[in-house]
Design a protein around this ligand. Structure first.
Ligand SMILES: Nc1ncnc2c1ncn2[C@@H]1O[C@H](COP(=O)(O)OP(=O)(O)OP(=O)(O)O)[C@@H](O)[C@H]1O
Ligand SMILES: [Mg+2]
Length: 483
């Protein structure tokens, strides 16, 4: 490394024309040094006499000039190379002119040492000047970037504020005033806890502890602030630690107001809940009507046709055959309507609850397809609220429909796990699986509403759903619902 630096420095100096000019000057100095016939101008001879020095000594002193010059222009290495060149020029002179060796060695040494010392002075002076220049540039850059950061901070659409570890506000931008509903002067006298309900405070503590313990925090997260005028603002927050000399000194928050969006979502959810409820009511009504009126009427009709086709009084064989065909058609219509009625609203769900309804659904799938179904129950079954039971039934219904239509599976299993206040349902198949590109929500754009519908229904009852699928490894859907 050192070798590379040395060669590098030397070659870079040797490439400079200025250096060759210095060497040329050195040659000019060397010419009179070796030719005693060349006389110095009178004023120089006078100067030598005044200083009481010999011509040799004077000429050696002249070598100081190129060494210092090179030191000034090229630093250390410049002085060093020029010193070597100067020694090379001076030493033969000692031999040729047999000047006293000790005096010559002393003079040559002095010239080189003085030259180098002055060069070192130049080098450090230059370094200091460069250092100050760099410092000025860095300070200027720092100032510019601070101004830029300030303007970004001040004009950000998102609210940004910082508070210390106790929660006292340290700094806040303009958007924070609007979002928190407090001027900055007031804010700086307040503690963030004054704006948080107990629930929000607990969340803030959890986030804070996780950050301080260097644990992962899902960001951004949702937080609720209560303004002084009593209004509530929902924010999407991203929080980070503010460090001071390697120690946590506070927290910085970047917040986006999502109150309107949240209200819209709540309204939408409410509307969806109402619409789903109305849809279920309507299905129930149609199913009951089919069951109580249409099916009953068809049963009566079927019985009459059956009676007619088997009666012996005055009915020809042809008529009998015709009546029997009509009876069979009526029976198959009856079966279809029964299925439709069950599909719309399985009677079991209202009379016996979710489990028997799912067992009936599974047996229907097995009956009409090549898929062997199994329903497992873990824990003590309990009756779920009607809304939850219906939602879960519809989710299982869609999952089984998907298995039937898309998976090519030979087995499907539905497992219920009942705990005190939670019901977990796992539906899995041994089919071909699939890759879910992007989010489930994106399927809706392609007109695929099954998985999206499952997600919506689960959210309406305050549950969660996860879909795990891998090509050739089957699909598993896990639903967790309260109750
Ligand atoms: N059990 C499964 N096995 C294999 N592929 C599945 C399974 N369930 C869903 N899929 C895949 O996921 C896609 C989305 O399913 P989704 O139920 O949302 O829509 P769909 O069944 O195609 O249409 P829709 O349910 O609206 O009639 C399906 O098209 C299918 O490719
Ligand atoms: Mg589907």
């Amino acid at each position: 490394m050192a070798h590379r630096t040395l060669t590098g420095s030397m070659t870079s100096i040797l490439r400079k024309p200025g250096f060759w000019l210095i060497l040329a000057v050195m040659v000019l100095i060397t010419v009179p040094h070796y030719s005693s016939s060349l006389q110095h101008p009178g004023f120089i001879s006078q100067l030598m006499a005044d200083l009481n020095i010999t011509r040799h000594t004077f000429e050696r002193i002249l070598y100081l000039a190129p060494i210092i010059w090179a030191g000034f222009l090229f630093g250390w290495w410049g002085a060093f190379i020029t010193s070597l060149a100067a020694i090379a020029c001076m030493v033969p002179h000692v031999v040729i002119y047999s000047t006293p060796p000790w005096q010559s060695a002393f003079e040559i040494g002095a010239v080189v040492i003085i030259g180098c010392v002055i060069s070192v002075g130049f080098v450090s002076l230059r370094r200091e000047r460069d250092y100050h220049k760099r410092l000025e540039v860095i300070q200027q850059e720092l100032k510019t970037s601070e101004e830029r950061y300030r303007s970004l901070f001040e004009n950000a659409i998102d609210a940004i504020w910082m508070h210390d570890l106790e929660g006292n506000f340290i700094t806040a931008n303009k958007a924070s005033e609007k979002m928190i509903g407090c001027s900055r002067e007031e804010l700086y006298r307040k503690n963030v806890k004054e704006f948080l309900s107990q629930e929000s405070l607990d969340l803030a503590h959890r986030i804070r502890n996780r950050l301080l313990n260097d644990e992962a925090v899902e960001q951004p997260y949702e937080q609720r602030f209560s303004r002084r005028d009593g209004s509530v603002v929902y924010m999407q927050l991203a929080t980070s630690i503010v460090w001071d000399k390697g120690k946590p000194a506070g927290f910085q928050h970047i917040a986006r107001d999502i109150t309107e969006q949240k209200m819209m979502n709540d309204n939408l959810r409410f509307y969806l809940k109402q619409a789903t409820r109305a849809q279920e009511e309507e299905r129930k009504r149609i199913s009951h009507e089919l069951h109580d009126d249409t099916i009953q009427a068809l049963v009566v009709l079927s019985r009459q046709l059956d009676a007619l086709s088997t009666s012996t009084d005055g009915v020809s064989d042809d008529m009998k055959r015709h009546l029997e065909e009509l009876w069979q058609q009526t029976d198959s219509i009856l079966q279809g309507i029964r299925r439709l009625s069950q599909d719309l609203r399985p009677a079991a769900i209202d009379r016996l609850g979710l489990l028997p309804a799912v067992q009936w659904l599974a047996s229907e799938v097995t009956k009409h397809s090549n898929i062997a179904t199994k329903v497992n129950i873990v824990g003590e079954e309990h009756r779920l609220p009607e809304e939850v039971a219906i939602a879960l039934f519809r989710i299982i219904q869609e999952a089984l429909r998907n298995i039937w239509r898309h998976s090519g599976a030979t087995k499907a299993e539905i497992t219920f796990e009942f705990t005190a206040n939670k019901t977990k349902i796992t539906i899995n198949d041994n089919g071909k699986g699939f890759v879910l590109a992007g989010k489930v929500g994106e399927l809706a754009k392609q007109g695929k509403l099954g998985l999206v519908g499952m997600q919506e229904r689960v959210q309406l009852i305050g549950g969660t759903i996860s879909v795990e699928s891998e090509p050739d490894k089957g699909t598993t859907i896990i639903v967790e619902a309260p109750g």
